[in-house]
Design a protein around this ligand. Structure first.
Ligand SMILES: NC(=O)c1ccc[n+]([C@@H]2O[C@H](COP(=O)([O-])OP(=O)(O)OC[C@H]3O[C@@H](n4cnc5c(N)ncnc54)[C@H](OP(=O)(O)O)[C@@H]3O)[C@@H](O)[C@H]2O)c1
Length: 193
C-alpha cells in the first residue's frame, strides 16, 4: 500500500522502516517545505499521524481534505509539556485516597490483574506484571517484594501519580475480559530485553 507518514521523527521513521521492509511504499510529510504534509497525505492510501500532540492541530490543517475517506492512524500520545496526558487524567483514585489519609503511604498495585490471577501472578505458564506506583520508595519496595513472593514480575512505575495511567489499564482489562469476551484468563506482561 501507499503509506503516508505525517511526521518523520522516531515513530514515523520506525514504523515506515518496518512497513517498507514488508513491501509497502512510504512517503513523508512534515514542516519541511521539501516534504509537504498535504502532498504526502494526498498520495497516501493510509495516513499515519506521527507528530507531537502539540502539532496535531497544525498537521490536521495541513492534511485538509486529503484524509477524507482514508484510514488515518493516530499514533500520537496526548502529552502536555510535562509529559503528562493532556486529555483525560489529572488525578486518580490512589491520589485521592492519599489525600484522605495523608499519613499513610499509599501504593497502587494489582489493579490491572483479574482476581482469578492474583493468587499466582500467572496466566497458565506466563508470568504477569505487577505494576506498582507510589511516592514512598520503601513502601513501594515492600509491595514489590510481596508481588514477587506471589509470583508476579514486579515493575516500579514511578510515583503515585502513575496510578492515573494504571487505573485506565485496569478498566481496559475489564473491557477486554468481559465486554469483549476474552474472559479472565488474560493479563498484562511487560516485555524487557
Ligand atoms: N517515540 C515513541 O516511542 C512513541 C511511541 C508511541 C507514540 N508516540 C507518539 O507519536 C508521536 C510522534 O512521536 P515521535 O517520537 O516520532 O516524535 P518526534 O521524533 O519529535 O517527531 C515528530 C515529527 O513530527 C513532525 N512535526 C512536528 N509538528 C508537525 C506539524 N505541525 N505538522 C507536520 N509535522 C510535524 C516533525 O518534523 P518537523 O519538525 O520537520 O515538522 C517530526 O518529524 C507523538 O505524538 C508521540 O507521543 C511516540
Amino acid at each position: 500500500m501507499k503509506l503516508a507518514f505525517i511526521g518523520r521523527g522516531n515513530v514515523g521513521t520506525a514504523l515506515s522502516t518496518g512497513l517498507a521492509r514488508a513491501g509497502h511504499e512510504v512517503r513523508f510529510g512534515h514542516r519541511d517545505p521539501k516534504e509537504p504534509v498535504q502532498a504526502a497525505a494526498g498520495w497516501g492510501e493510509v495516513i499515519f499521524l506521527a507528530v507531537p500532540f502539540s502539532g496535531v492541530e497544525e498537521a490536521v490543517r495541513g492534511i485538509g481534505r486529503a484524509a477524507d475517506g482514508k484510514v488515518l492512524v493516530d499514533v500520537t500520545n496526548a502529552l502536555d509539556q510535562h509529559m503528562d496526558l493532556a486529555i483525560g487524567f489529572s488525578t486518580s483514585g490512589a491520589e485521592e485516597l492519599q489525600k484522605k489519609v495523608p499519613a499513610a503511604r499509599v501504593v497502587k498495585a494489582f489493579n490491572t490483574v483479574f482476581a482469578q490471577n492474583q493468587s499466582s501472578g500467572r496466566v497458565g505458564n506466563e508470568q504477569l506484571t505487577a505494576f506498582v506506583a507510589g511516592d514512598d520508595p520503601e513502601a513501594k519496595g515492600v509491595v514489590m517484594r510481596l508481588a514477587s513472593d506471589i509470583g508476579f514480575d514486579p515493575v516500579d512505575t514511578g510515583p503515585l501519580k502513575s496510578a492515573r495511567y494504571l487505573e485506565p489499564m485496569g478498566i481496559m482489562m475489564i473491557g477486554l475480559g468481559y465486554t469483549l469476551g476474552m474472559g479472565t484468563g488474560i493479563g498484562y506482561r511487560l516485555v524487557r530485553k
